[in-house]
Design a protein around this ligand. Sequence first.
Ligand code: NAD
Ligand code: LMR
Length: 347
Amino acid sequence: MMANTVNRIFKQSLNRTFTKPITRCLSLSATNNKKVAILGASGGIGQPLSLLMKQNPGVSHLALYDIMNTPGVTADLSHIDSQAKVTGHTGDAEIAECLRGADVVIMPAGVPRKPGMTRDDLFNTNASIVASLAKSCAEHCPGAFLGIISNPVNSTVPIASEMYKRQGVYNPNKIFGVTTLDVVRANAFIAEAKGLNVSTVNVPVIGGHAGITIIPLISSCSPSVSFDAAALKAITERIQEAGTEVVKAKDGAGSATLSMAYAGARFASSLLDVLAGKDGVVECAFVRSDVTEASYFSTPLVLGPEGIEKNLGLGNLSDFEKELVKACVPELQKSIKKGEEFAANFN
Ligand code: NAD
Ligand code: LMR
C-alpha cells in the first residue's frame, strides 16, 4: 500500500476512534484563545477533567491549581500534543497567577463522600475550601465564569456568591453550580430503559444537587417517553440516588470522578462555546433564581457571552413533578441558608 494511503487510513481511523465520540462533549468553537483554570486539578475529578480540557480546541492556556501533586499532573498533561499551554500552581502564593486572565474557572476542590455520608456531611470541610477559593476568584478574575463542582453544591454556590458580594463584584449570571452530571445520568438511564440511541436523548434536570432536590423532568424528555407510575417513581429515584450508587460501588474510594469529569468538561465546553459566539447553547445549572421560593435553583438556561441570557424556568410540569418541586424547595432553602450563614462568618 502507498505510504500516503496508509497515512490517510490511519488518520481516518483516529478520527473515528477519538474525534467522533467526544464531539458531543467537547467544544467546537472556532476561537482558541481562552484561559481555563481548574481548582482542585490533582484530584479524582480534577485530573480527567484537566485531560479533557487539554483536548479542547478552544483552550489556549490551562492553569492547574491544587494544594498537592500539581507539578506532576502539569508535567504529564503538558506532553500531550494539543495546543493548550499547561501551567501548574500550588499554594496561596501562586493562586493569583493561576486565576489572572482566566475566562472560565472550574472548581472540583474538596473532599468526596464515603459510604453512609450525605453530601451535607462534607459541609464542614468543603465550605471553607470553597469560600477561600471563591474569595481568590473574586479578587483575581471577577469577570470569569465560575463553575462549582465541590459538594454540597446546594450550599457551596451560595457560599461562593456571598464571597463575591463581599468584594463588590457579584454577577449572578456568571456563577454556576455544575449539575450536568444529573442530566448526563438521566439521559443514560432513560436511553437504557427505553432502548433509545442515547445521543438523541435530552432530559432536563432541575432543582438542586442532592437527593430529593434532584428533579428529572421526564415529562419534558426529548424524544418523549412514557413510564407507568411505578417505573416513573423508580427511575426518578435512581437518578436522585445515582451519586450514592457510585459511592457504594467505590466502597470507600470516593465518589463519581470519571462521569463527573465528562459532565464538567461538557459544561465548561458550553461556556467556551458561548464565549466564542455560539448561539442557542442551553445547559441546566444551579444558579441564583426567582423561579421558585428557593433563591437558588437549577433550570435550563440559555447561555451567552455574559452568562445567563435567559432562564427557561420550570416548563410544563406533570402532577408528579409538581410534587417533587414542592418537596425540594424547603430542603434547598435550608442548604442555601446554611451556606449564606457560613459565608457571613468566614474570615
Ligand atoms: P478528590 O479528593 O479526589 O480531589 C479533590 C482535590 O481537591 C484534591 O486533589 C485536593 O488536594 C484538592 N484540594 C483540597 N483542598 C484544596 C484547596 N484549598 N485548594 C485547591 N485544591 C484543594 O475528590 P474528587 O473525587 O475529585 O471530588 C471533589 C469534589 O467534587 C467533592 O466535594 C465531591 O463531592 C464533588 N463532586 C461533585 C459532583 C457534582 O455533580 N457536582 C460530582 C462528583 C463529585
Ligand atoms: C455525585 O452526584 O456523584 C456527586 O455529587 C458525588 C456524590 O457525593 O454523590
